[in-house]
Design a protein around this ligand. Structure first.
Ligand code: NAP
Length: 430
């Protein structure tokens, strides 16, 4: 064994604690795989008295994160604090000091990724972030390396375990959204403030990162059109089942012509689509490549062990680079790229309308669709009298056309309300 790679860690909670455990328990395999010892030498936390997954030797723990990023003996900094502040300043400082950085922080990468990558490139050091998307699923390295000879057309993922659990319980257990959320909470699957998951923001950060890798350009969290699952009702789930669909929170990035779009929203997926079978807290990323065709990566998107597996995989890559004198390129993620205006993104829709039960309703509604040039693929009526409900599925049209149609429908006397509108994805018609 030639050398020791010295690691400093910022944070030692769920991910940091499991990372420290893996470095200890997998030490001999890591030495065999890298030719060097990966030694954790300093760990910064907020509260040194807190009980942790592994006991850290006295003298290793500090409450001063600067003591980690400024320590000249440290080669690599692992950031597991999370959030933008102080993680951004600490990582910039570590990179500026010539240290490689491994992070699990999707929020930071999706907001300040370009700035961090520019600094890493300027200092010729690695900035790796496999754990930031899909936890333990090795998707970042596969997209950057194994698919480097292909052209990715579309990436579609279930990248938030909490919302996937809630939708699974609504679909399989018949629970309301509120009851499924309460069950997720009782099992410890929700954050103190569940809105980042429920409203789609966590998934938006992840698809921004995946889109940047897939399409080699700068796509930030702010570029992602985001909608959550809070409005999904049991009526929508039942209608989806009747039509042969499941409802999932999807994160989608695609290239149309030369422009790229990224979005997060609930979607109806045919039960035969591989993503429709992804249940509970599992995550999956479905990639469509020009030559390779369809691929799916499935696994645990969160949890200490799975996420630490990805962090330590990155540390092994850094160690190999240190031994070989190489570095991992940023894969063009900071290039300028053309974004497709949201109104031009094309989609199909499921619409659920409460209507008057009288003659001429269908003709009036069909007229609104025709005026915006949106064609209807199927219509069915549920109930009669006060509760007449029309369920429509459209063919593909632009978001702008769909919005225009819905505005027109909402203005019709015969339409009492548009109860829901959910995109339909994963059909051959795109
Ligand atoms: N948890 C997952 O399943 C998962 C999955 C994928 C990605 N991630 C990402 O991984 C990162 C860490 O998540 P986590 O779940 O491990 O968080 P966590 O359990 O809350 O741990 C955060 C750690 O950071 C420390 N910390 C916070 N502020 C600090 C400061 N100013 N200075 C020094 N230390 C500080 C905390 O110290 P104390 O222990 O003393 O409080 C704690 O050890 C986040 O970016 C998250 O998005 C997490």
């Amino acid at each position: 064994m030639d050398r020791t790679v010295r690691i400093g860690m910022l944070g030692c909670g769920t991910v940091g604690g499991a990372t420290a455990r893996l470095l200890r328990d997998h030490e001999s395999e890591i030495i065999a795989r890298t030719g060097c010892k990966l030694e954790l030498v300093k760990v910064a936390v907020r509260d040194p008295a807190r009980e942790r997954e592994i006991e850290l030797p006295p003298g290793m723990v500090t409450t001063d994160p600067m003591a980690v990023v400024d320590d000249p003996s440290i080669d690599v900094v692992v950031e597991t604090i999370g959030g933008n502040d102080p993680a951004r300043d600490l990582i910039l400082r570590a990179l500026g000091n010539g240290k490689h950085v491994v992070t699990a922080n999707k929020e930071l990468l999706a907001t300040h990724g370009t700035e961090l990558m520019t600094e890493a490139a300027r200092r010729s050091v690695d900035l790796l972030f496999e754990a930031s998307v899909g936890g333990g699923i090795p998707i970042v390295r596969n997209m950057k390396e194994s698919l480097a000879g292909d052209r990715v057309r579309r990436v579609m993922g279930i990248v938030n375990g909490t919302t996937n659990f809630i939708l699974t319980r609504m679909s399989e257990g018949g629970l309301s959204f509120a009851d499924a959320l309460a069950e997720a909470d009782s099992l410890g699957y929700t954050e103190a403030d569940p809105s980042a998951d429920i409203d789609g923001h966590d998934a938006a950060a992840k698809i921004a990162i995946l889109a940047s890798i897939a399409f080699e350009g700068r796509i930030t969290y702010a570029d992602v059109e985001t909608d959550g699952i809070g409005r999904i009702s049991q009526a929508d789930i039942a209608a989806a089942h009747d039509l042969g669909y499941e409802v999932k929170l999807l994160a989608v990035a695609e290239q149309t012509g030369g422009a790229v779009s990224a979005r997060v929203h609930p979607a109806m997926l045919p039960k035969t689509h591989p993503l429709a079978a992804v249940r509970d807290v599992f995550n999956a990323v479905f990639v469509e490549g020009q030559e390779v065709g369809e691929l799916m990566f499935l696994g645990r998107g969160a949890g200490g062990g799975p996420t630490a597996s990805a962090v330590v995989g990155d540390l092994v890559e850094v160690a190999r680079n240190i031994v070989s004198g190489g570095s991992t390129p940023s894969a063009g993620m900071d290039n300028d790229i053309e974004l497709l205006p949201h109104d031009e993104v094309r989609a199909r829709y499921y619409l659920r309308l409460a209507v008057a039960d009288e003659a001429g309703v269908l003709a009036a509604i069909a007229g609104s669709f025709a005026r915006s040039d949106v064609s209807i693929a199927s219509v069915r009526q549920e109930g009669r009298g006060d509760e007449a409900i029309l369920v429509l599925i459209t063919h593909v049209a632009s978001e702008g056309q769909h919005r225009e149609t819905i505005d027109a429908i909402e203005g019709l006397d015969v339409v009492k309300s548009v109860r829901s509108r959910i995109r339909v994805e994963g059909t051959r018609e795109q």
